[in-house]
Design a protein around this ligand. Sequence first.
Ligand code: 3AM
Length: 301
Amino acid sequence: MSRILYFKTKDDALSWTQAMSDSIGQANLYQYYNLEMTIGQGQFGQVKLATHKRTGLKVAVKIMGKKDIKPIETYQIKREIEVMKMCKHPNIVRLEDLFENAECFFLVLEFMGGGDLFDYLKQRQFRLTEERAREIIIQLTLAVQFLHTFGIVHRDIKLENVMMSDTTDRAVPKLADFGLAKMVGPSEKADEPFGTLGYAAPEVLRKEPYGPACDLWSLGCISYALLCGALPFDHESQRETARLTLQGKLSFEQPAWHFVSEGAKDFIKGLLVREPQNRLSADQALAHVWIKAASSQFAAQ
Ligand code: 3AM
């Protein structure tokens, strides 16, 4: 069916067509999904639970407002969308669908029912078995390896940016939040400051040009936290956290480390190397003996 609309003035016509195209993104979303309760609050808007009308697939719809945000933030949102479109991997939160109108982007994401990895650890009193920690570490390293193969550096890997598929002890971890991700060519380096203190690599804090190796440092911080319940270089003062990252001794002295193998410690030592050129790459991390020794199906291929 088609309909012809007549307007008295050109301005009238313009404002009507604008209003109609504005509503199309939302109309399309509602055409395919039933929107349900709000499940979270993101940097740029709400995250809602939704169900695909035909398939019954549960998804999370991340609503990102376009108004009242700085140009750099619009760029951040667009970058997140572009990176997520490319990333189809079992350990990366999948972008199922995308809608847009004049006010918002609607990112339809795979629903992750287990919350983030920080909460997952907290619910377990920050204690995992070494085998379970290794399963999670292998899967996150596979995600990082995948990103780096495509020249994408995540730049903000931390416990809060890993989401868990469910709340069980078999939950699958997936990397999320690609707002700071960047495409970096093989001989190119980035130099904007970014990330989260406590996970940021020394070269980033030193304001040197950096590349994919910064993700391996962050992965080292996560691995350390999964095995002993605390970050390797952390202090309530930001200044001291930065100093420890740059100069602090990597310590395995907390009681939790008595129960952890030398192989696991050696793996972490290979990641938390201050000079990026001497740090393990994702490929090398996956070839480490401790990773290869995993007994489960998660042993890296
Ligand atoms: O507000 P909180 O921290 O409780 O867990 C995410 C966070 O919750 C949730 O939305 C909030 C803002 O990021 N969230 C984001 N993506 C999600 C997803 N794919 C998600 N929850 C489930 N599945």
